[in-house]
Design a protein around this ligand. Structure first.
Ligand code: HSE
Length: 402
């Protein structure tokens, strides 16, 4: 038996145990000796549960057990997850995680510690839940220069926006459902505010460039201002509204952002409904690739973590080739990025808006059923040009167009 431990027995940690216990037959096709969860590290009381005898609250019991070859860190947050992961790696124990906050903040450092200690730090489940995405980027696409990654990277907000679109409901009650289904973060502001997507596009951008693209250096906007009226305008013109993380390389320049976008209903990313994520990757030789699957939930995410655990158990050096240095690369200033915008003003402000955006209005999107508003789309313009003009009108709202 290859012995393992689970750090943090919440939603994902219990999903990892489920996959290991119930898919042992599949796991043994690669690891004939089998994978066994010997310890579960958690400070909560699990007495009376079938796994109570495996729960420990002292990490040293795990770190000092020479049988432990791999752990999964499904605690979430930076501390104590960072300290525990570092300690395990320093003991030569591979760490596999779903913790995007930790990967974004300490990825290069933990990869280095793993390499120095002959073990691996793997993080397939940190982006896209159950979708195999990180391994294809790090392995199958090593020969390509990745130019572009854009995706729906947060299951909770996609579930909310999809239900707002199909059921005409507002986001608060749907958020409660997403929390009950185990999709949302402990603090769902991380989902709604776009921070979770921001961290995920940061990790993908880092793997794309081989450098460190920090979340704190990118523009992030969430979905809290999206209304039913936005969906009315969008659907009348063949669009939907989706929260996207977008990262683009042009020579040495990199632009990265997270924001809600009007997405054409015929766009392949729009096929990701509910909790599904979809990620479009463009390589200079392979061209477009589309990855899709469940982006959140204990079993899909647990499945991705266990995949890494099998990889690490099979080859403890498997993360050593991951191309992610600690050299920070700062994306282009958001002000200089070009976008098209959908804009709403009050009906009475139409003349002023037409005057301010003279020559830059692409289409009028006003609807008979919303007579109190004037809506239009712009041609591509820089964010700073748009902001200057938007400040001159009494704008009700605006959404970028993908
Ligand atoms: N809260 C996250 C989501 C969980 O909804 O996508 C998976 O990272």
């Amino acid at each position: 038996m290859i012995c393992a431990a689970i750090f943090g027995f919440g939603n994902i940690g219990s999903g990892v145990l489920d996959v290991i216990e119930n898919n042992q037959h599949e796991i043994r096709k690669t690891l004939p000796e089998g994978l066994y969860v010997k310890y579960i590290l958690d400070i909560r009381d699990f007495s009376g549960t079938p796994y109570a005898d495996r729960v420990v609250s002292d990490i040293d019991i795990i770190l000092n057990d020479p049988e432990i070859k791999v752990v999964c860190e499904t605690m979430g947050g930076k501390e104590p997850a960072f300290t525990f992961s570092r300690k395990a790696l320093e003991k030569g124990i591979s760490v596999c995680t779903s913790n995007k906050e930790l990967v974004e903040a300490y990825g290069p450092q933990l990869l280095k510690i793993a390499k120095e200690n002959g073990c691996s730090y793997l993080f397939e489940a940190s982006v896209g839940g159950g979708i195999p995405l990180i391994a294809p980027l790090n392995n199958c696409l090593r020969q390509d220069r990745i130019l572009y990654i854009a995706g729906i990277l947060n299951g909770t907000t996609n579930y909310i926006l999809d239900r707002m679109e199909s059921e005409g409901v507002d986001y608060e009650p749907v958020l409660k459902d997403a929390m009950n289904l185990g999709y949302a973060e402990r603090n769902p502001e991380a989902d709604i505010g776009g921070h979770d997507t921001g961290r995920k596009i940061s990790i993908l951008s880092s793997l794309m460039t081989g450098k460190w693209v920090r979340y704190e250096n990118m523009y992030v906007e969430g979905i809290s201002k999206i209304t039913q009226r936005d969906f009315q305008y969008a659907s009348a013109h063949g669009y939907s509204v989706r929260l996207l993380g977008v990262s683009r390389r042009d020579g040495e320049a990199l632009s990265v952002m997270t924001a809600p976008f009007l997405l054409p209903q015929v766009h392949p990313l729009h096929a990701a409904r509910g909790v599904f994520n979809a990620v479009l990757v463009n390589g200079n030789k392979v061209d477009n690739l589309l990855f899709s699957g469940r982006g959140a939930g204990k079993l899909p995410t647990g499945s991705a973590v266990v995949s890494d655990m099998i990889t690490a158990a099979t080859d403890p050096t498997s993360s050593h080739h991951i191309n992610w240095s600690d050299e920070v690369v700062i994306p282009e200033p958001q002000d200089e990025c070009e976008n098209r915008f959908f804009v709403k003003v009050s009906a009475g402000s139409r003349e002023k808006a037409e005057q301010v955006f003279n020559g830059q209005i692409d289409e009028i999107w006003s609807l008979e059923e919303i007579p109190d508003e004037f809506a239009f789309t712009t041609v591509a313009m820089t964010e700073s040009d748009f902001a200057k003009k938007a400040a001159m009108i009494e704008m009700i709202g605006r959404i970028r167009i993908f």
